[in-house]
Design a binder for this molecule. Structure first.
Ligand SMILES: CC(C)(COP(=O)(O)OP(=O)(O)OC[C@H]1O[C@@H](n2cnc3c(N)ncnc32)[C@H](O)[C@@H]1OP(=O)(O)O)[C@@H](O)C(=O)NCCC(=O)NCCS
Length: 167
């Protein structure tokens, strides 16, 4: 029921509406535009019959992909879209040459941490007071070996019921 495709400039109105509701310190239109124009970035959206349901993006620095953002519309959460987007973003990173993926997440964001753990992310660091609006710490998480055959099988298992391949 969700379809994944690259994010376009025309999506930004809906993306910004979702962004405002998902994050206490939302990105601006200009920030998204800069991301879409960067040669080392990949941004995706998930859609369903209700419209834009979620989005996410990465930047790739040599062998490291960094998850820049990931969000799903509040009333459409817990239906597998976060999993589909993250799996596809990891796969995009691998196709760019990445061998690991890193991210920052609020220490209190248990839904996201649980999602990342399913993908094999582990806590590798802490950034004290990283989120300026609240002073909350960020956990730095990393998934290694994402280009390995074993990890590819793991991705396939994770998205099997979402109807999306990673080939
Ligand atoms: C994190 C987020 C993207 C997950 O999206 P989603 O579409 O709900 O994720 P999925 O349905 O694929 O869930 C996958 C797994 O994540 C974990 N998870 C998701 N929501 C959860 C919740 N409310 N409580 C606990 N675990 C949760 C579970 O392990 C879940 O697997 P399960 O449903 O089999 O138990 C979504 O909650 C969101 O947009 N949050 C606000 C924005 C945000 O915090 N983004 C991350 C920034 S680092």
């Amino acid at each position: 029921m969700f379809a994944i495709r690259p994010m376009l400039r025309e999506d930004l109105e809906e993306v910004l509406q979702l962004e405002e509701r998902a994050f206490p310190c939302p990105w601006t239109r200009g920030m998204f535009l800069a991301e879409l124009e960067a040669p080392d970035s990949r941004y995706l959206v998930g859609e369903c019959e209700l419209g834009l349901a979620g989005y996410g993006g990465i930047r790739v620095f040599l062998e490291e992909a960094h998850l820049m953002t990931l969000a799903v519309r509040e009333d459409l959460r817990r239906r597998g879209l976060g999993t589909m987007l993250l799996a596809r973003l990891i796969w995009e990173g691998v196709s760019f040459g990445a061998r690991c993926m890193t991210l920052e997440v609020r220490r209190s964001n248990l839904p996201a941490i649980s999602l990342y753990q399913k993908f094999g992310f582990r806590v590798v660091g802490l950034r004290k007071g990283y989120y300026s609006e609240s002073g909350e710490d960020a956990l730095v998480m990393e998934a290694s070996g994402i280009a390995d055959d074993g990890y590819r099988d793991r991705l396939k298992d994770l998205v099997r019921f979402g109807g999306m391949g990673v080939d």
